[in-house]
Design a protein around this ligand. Structure first.
Ligand code: ATP
Ligand code: MG
Length: 429
């Protein structure tokens, strides 16, 4: 008996082809490509090309053919249904230089499936089991069109149905397990940072990329938050684990207390966890963030243990009449002022009987407020023994400014609970 030696595991190069006129004319957004990109990365594949093409046999065939030389795997999404505009099977057959033929097993599975509903297959159903010669069907637990798997010129070519639920169902059973075996193991670790501009994060982490060439480092930036993702792939799980752990420790060290924690946790989750552990409570008084700080906290399961309550005092009158901010201070300085943010935080703390109070006030735009320019924001945290506030000069549109202000409020709370001083300097590029 001859036993074939397994090919050494290495990252698989994948080309993704999304088929559909509706994708080109904008009637449908190509969410399948986004899902596939993540799923493929998760099993250690590198997507080297992505194409979006129309529903013609010619373009499907020629796109497959041109993808073969640079790919280990070609994944196609869409065009496997029963209608005349579903031409992926025919395109694959043409690229492989074979004919379509009814696949007996797939036909039987289809008949069994329909007979459970008391139905006989129509011609349109049966078209879906006319597969390129030599291809195998991939079970579709979410619909009637099976996926199609074949090898063309030594390259694995897999077609998945277009409806996202069906694409996932077929990929999860018929594609990803095979790719995971081919590609070896992938280890990733992601760290969340707050209030450090992406350029600064990259400048600090850069030398670590050079020190650990086997680790790929990616940066995912959102307003005032950056996630640093470390990935390594190869054959040996244990080595990879320690390689990624070591690199992530190095990243933690250079980024210091800008690291909030594991990126699987949101900033609000980290803050709630921290407060719960310290058995401390918080209350918020929000102006420009309009309740989004409280909302982020209440998004976290278990928030009731730490959040006492919050108020949105948007108008100057409500800051005075509802919260009890000093009228003279408001008259003299207006509502966008460090002292106002501090008083808001202090009054929230008192009103709700919390350990910490958080206050936000500022100009989200689009128009300036008196002398205060768009992006001027004050955030304050009052705790049992400390009062801290920061003045921010934010840029971006209204939404970006409000989001950055909310991140600042949560992170200032985190830092105060940990006994860290506020972060100085720009919070985003
Ligand atoms: P069907 O049997 O429904 O015809 P199919 O495999 O032939 O499935 P398509 O005809 O290409 O797939 O697309 C069917 C539907 O699936 C589209 O109308 C759209 O709702 C969704 N869809 C297709 N491609 C994508 C994509 N790339 N991203 C998101 N949704 C998609
Ligand atoms: Mg279709």
């Amino acid at each position: 008996m001859s036993r074939k030696k397994a090919a050494p595991a290495r990252p698989q190069r994948v080309t993704v082809i999304a088929v559909g006129d509706e994708l080109l004319n904008g009637f449908i957004v190509n969410t399948n490509a986004a899902w596939l990109g993540r799923a493929l990365a998760g099993v250690g594949c590198t997507v080297v090309h992505g194409h979006t093409i129309g529903d013609s046999v010619e373009s499907i065939a020629s796109t497959i053919t041109s993808a073969l030389p640079g790919s280990d795997v070609v994944v196609i999404s869409g065009g496997l249904g029963p209608t005349s505009d579903d031409r992926t099977r025919a395109g694959m057959a043409r690229a492989a230089g074979v004919e379509l033929a009814r696949h007996a097993e797939a036909e039987q599975a289809l008949r069994d499936h329909l007979s459970q509903q008391g139905r006989e297959p129509l011609v349109q159903h049966l078209v879906q089991v006319d597969l390129p010669d030599g291809a195998t069907p991939l079970i579709n637990s979410a619909g009637t069109a099976p996926g199609v798997r074949m090898v063309i010129g030594g390259v694995l070519v897999v077609a998945l149905p277009g409806p996202p639920g069906e694409l996932r169902a077929v990929a999860e059973t018929g594609l990803l397990p095979e790719l995971r075996r081919r590609g070896g193991v992938v280890r990733t670790k992601s760290l969340r940072t707050a209030l450090m501009p992406e350029s600064e994060v990259a400048a600090l982490v850069g030398p670590i990329e050079a020190k650990h060439p086997e680790v790929t480092i990616a940066y995912l930036a959102a307003p005032a938050e950056v996630v640093v993702r470390l990935t390594a792939s190869g054959a040996d799980e244990k080595t990879l684990g320690s390689v990624v752990d070591e690199a992530s420790e190095d990243v933690r060290e250079v980024l210091g207390d800008a690291v909030v924690g594991d990126a699987d946790l949101s900033l609000a989750q980290a803050v709630v966890g921290l407060l719960a552990k310290a058995a401390r409570t918080v209350a918020v008084a929000e102006s420009l963030t309009g309740g989004s700080v409280a909302s982020a906290i209440t998004d976290v399961p278990g928030a009731s243990v730490v959040l006492r309550g919050g108020v949105v005092c948007y108008s100057t009158e409500s800051k005075r009449d509802v919260l009890g901010v000093d009228p003279e201070l408001l008259d003299r300085e207006g509502p966008v002022h460090a002292g106002v943010a501090r008083e808001m935080a202090a009054r929230a703390r008192e009103l709700f009987g919390a350990d910490y109070g958080v206050g936000t006030t500022g100009v989200a735009g689009p128009a300036p407020q008196g002398e205060r320019p768009v992006g001027r924001v004050h955030v304050a945290v009052v705790g049992p023994t400390t009062t801290v506030d920061v003045e921010l000069h934010l840029h971006g549109d209204r939404e970006a400014i409000r989001r950055q202000a909310a991140v600042q409020a949560l992170d200032l709370l985190r830092r105060t609970v940990l006994g860290l001083p506020p972060r100085k300097g720009a919070v985003s590029d």
